[in-house]
Design a protein around this ligand. Structure first.
Ligand SMILES: *Cc1c(COP(=O)(O)O)cnc(C)c1O
Length: 399
């Protein structure tokens, strides 16, 4: 027991905020002008600059920085007209802010099944797109796994369903050369600490649709200062909308924007680092009986900020023993099949504000689904130790 190697790094420790971002933050603090519309004459706020840079980064025409990823999704749903009692299609396997955003506008989630590769099940989507009466799909690229976007968009076009993309785990990723978030009518991103750029809390909403962006800006609490936005449509688009759009405040502030701008500029380099860790983990766990790795479509250009594997058909008692054994060696796994939700691992059946739904294929996948974060504070050698511990314990515990 004592001679077994132990993993000592923290799965929740991110890198420090870069020095350039700290300097930028100090300037904002010294100015006292933290509110995005509080600018000196001729000054362009950090928030407005960040929005321009984020639009350029993704290729979207318009971008809005907001208070959180969850806020972005709620605003997106409102901006396309989702309201009380409307049905919204979404992934059965996602995290709580996704169904939460649907519930926040009084709408009703209709969950879609999950494949073994952790993407939305497109056959089930086609069925529910035809049968449910939903006009919107809130598509979560959960854990950075991107489905066949060409087929998904074709299904949604056939049924006249608007697609809103939740890109919390795909900022910096792409499908077949097109950045994630550039397929649907709106994309939502998060800059919360555990995502790809870190402002504690924060998010973005992007779109090419001028009216949708005008609505989103008004919703976010622009008062009548929308002309201060730069990655935004011209004032005439706001002319009528400004009287009919409620203010649901959720702005980003200049302090967060200041620390995000240098991180966004550095994101392509960080994505390469994540890929290195992820691919090393994949090699480390390859060809292990009783453990299944997810298969990635060659068109998917993912980030790899977290890692998933499946223990198919393992009885839950054995999985529990495996999780415990890993934990005793410093490896903190999240198990989506646990009977009670722990940390972020809640399941569709724990969102009891939504009508009860039965997703047998998702249940079978989640029963054996293990998840671990790969923060950039891990070194490639750490991944080797991590993989060695997981291999040992899989061999020791498999059915
Ligand atoms: C983190 C996350 C979000 C957005 O979360 P916020 O904490 O509100 O920024 C949305 N979807 C998924 C899948 C997430 O993990």
């Amino acid at each position: 027991m004592t001679d077994k190697p132990i993993f000592t790094r923290s799965f929740t420790q991110q890198e420090p905020i870069p020095a350039a971002a700290m300097d930028a933050a100090m300037l904002v603090l010294q100015s006292g002008r933290l509110h995005r519309y509080n600018t000196a004459p001729d000054e362009i706020s950090e928030t407005a600059l960040l929005e321009e840079e984020f639009a350029a980064f993704t290729g979207a025409t318009y971008a809005l920085a907001v208070a959180s990823g969850g806020y972005a999704m709620g605003a997106a749903l409102r901006a396309v007209g989702v309201g009380q009692g409307d049905k919204v299609l979404s992934n059965g396997f996602t995290l709580a802010p996704v169904p939460g955003a649907i519930a926040s506008v009084g709408a009703v989630p209709v969950f879609v099944e999950t494949t073994d590769n952790l993407t939305i099940d497109l056959d089930d989507l086609a069925q529910k797109a035809a049968d449910s009466g939903a006009r919107v799909l809130l598509l979560s690229h959960m854990r950075g796994h991107i489905c066949d976007m060409d087929r998904l968009m074709a299904i949604c076009a056939t049924h006249d369903i608007a697609v809103i993309e939740d890109c919390a785990h795909t900022m910096g990723a792409a499908w077949d050369g097109r950045p994630s978030g550039r397929h649907g009518v709106i994309a939502c991103y998060s800059t919360q600490t555990y995502k790809h750029i870190n402002s504690g809390e924060g998010g973005f909403l992007t779109t090419d649709d001028a009216e949708i962006m005008a609505r989103a800006i008004l919703l976010s609490g622009s008062y009548m200062l929308y002309t201060r936005h730069r990655a935004a449509p011209p004032p005439e688009v706001f002319e009528n909308l400004r009287f009919e759009t409620p203010n649901v405040s959720g702005r980003m502030d200049n302090l967060r924007a200041a620390i995000l701008r240098p991180q966004l500029a550095d994101l392509p380099r960080q994505v390469k680092r994540w890929r290195t860790l992820y691919e090393r983990m994949e090699v480390g766990l390859a060809n292990l009986p009783h453990l299944r790795l997810t298969q990635r479509d060659p068109r998917e250009d993912y980030v790899g900020s977290s890692f998933q594997f499946l223990l198919p058909q393992w009885p839950s008692a054995r999985i529990m023993a495996f999780v415990q054994a890993c934990l005793s060696r410093g490896v903190e796994l999240k198990w989506f099949g646990a009977p009670e939700p722990v940390a972020f691992t809640s399941r569709y059946d724990s969102w009891r504000y939504a009508p009860a739904q039965h997703l047998p294929r998702t249940d079978a996948v989640l029963a054996g689904l293990m998840d671990l974060r790969l923060p950039l504070t891990f070194l490639p050698e750490d991944i080797d130790l991590l993989a060695a511990i997981l291999r040992d314990e899989v061999i020791a515990h498999h059915a």
